[in-house]
Design a protein around this ligand. Structure first.
Ligand SMILES: [Fe+2]
Length: 304
């Protein structure tokens, strides 16, 4: 299995770890796999890995790092060589060095200003179901209980450059792009999992973090997630709605620290030899929010 398998996890800053942990475990319904004084580790119920979200106590909110999963150790070496050949400085970390259950990791600072880990061998805890004759889901799920992490949406100043870096060096495939009238890429969607996106970049400040999205299985789950937000007094940013780009459907809301979350479903299958879809700047509103046809100002607020 060559190259990057998928998005593995993200480490997000929260000023009040206890409050954030209550929100992510009881409202979002992620499973807590480990917690300590200044960090907590969580996962979607159907993930077998130890974590897909790390909460780090810090004075500010935002993104510390994101990680991609690499199944073969030899591929970790090969990708590190590709990064070095591209002039990117890397560091190598032993299992456990970067936190609870962390695997062997190649860490680097991407040209977009984001700290990215390529991780092999994160600890496995299983999905809570027996491996022999399992039921369809555990019977102790709460909140939105998304089964797994889906994608991350980031910002940077030079979307053309980071897109070329992700395709040329990290071997991602471009699925969709929103082109500015001057010929530059305003937004790009990139995949390794044959979905519309595992990661996307929007023009903005370097190191910017827009949202982290967990998968839900169907449109009705977005309604239930919105009901859950309303019940718990969680601020909804947008949706439930459909995106033009990715053809998916989503609901956006904020954690207590101000980090934007999404639950997402839909999309399509993308083969490695498919051609990317292009949206024009004039149609950017419909590319992001199909029904409104425009992007509200609050949705463009970001943090780094
Ligand atoms: Fe998204």
């Amino acid at each position: 299995m060559s190259g990057i398998l998928r998005l593995s996890h993200a480490e997000v800053r929260v000023p009040d770890l206890e409050l954030a942990l209550a929100y992510y475990s009881e409202v979002v319904g992620l499973v807590v796999t480990h917690s300590e004084a200044d960090k907590a580790y969580l996962k979607g119920w159907d993930e077998h890995q130890h974590h897909s979200l790390v909460l780090a106590a810090a004075p500010t909110y935002g993104l510390n790092s994101l990680a991609f999963k690499v199944v073969e150790r030899s591929e970790l070496d090969r990708l590190q060589d590709r990064l070095v050949a591209a002039g990117i400085s890397t560091s190598r970390h032993e299992p456990g060095e970067l936190g609870e259950a962390s695997g062997e990791t190649v860490r680097f600072l991407a040209p977009s200003g984001h700290t990215i880990d390529l991780e092999h061998g994160q600890g496995q805890v299983g999905n809570g179901l027996p491996l022999l004759n399992p039921p369809p889901a555990p019977d102790n799920l709460v909140g939105m209980h998304p089964p797994r992490l889906d994608h991350i949406f980031l910002l940077c100043e030079d979307v053309d450059a980071i897109t070329a870096f992700f395709t040329d060096v990290l071997e991602f495939r471009l699925t969709e792009q929103i082109m500015a009238d001057d010929g530059h890429q305003l937004t790009t969607f990139l995949e390794r999992t044959h979905t519309p996106h595992d990661i996307a970049f929007l023009t903005g400040p370097d190191g910017g973090f827009h949202h982290l999205a967990y998968w839900v299985d169907e449109w009705n789950d977005l309604r239930t997630a919105a009901d859950t937000c309303a019940y718990h007094g969680i601020q909804i940013d947008a949706g439930p709605t459909r995106h033009g780009a990715t053809r998916g459907c989503g609901l956006y809301f904020f954690d207590p620290a101000g980090n934007r979350n999404e639950v997402y479903t839909g999309g399509y299958h993308f083969d490695p030899d498919d051609e990317p879809t292009t949206w024009t700047e004039a149609e950017m509103g419909r590319a992001i929010f199909t029904y409104k046809g425009q992007v509200q100002q609050s949705f463009m607020s970001v943090h780094s």
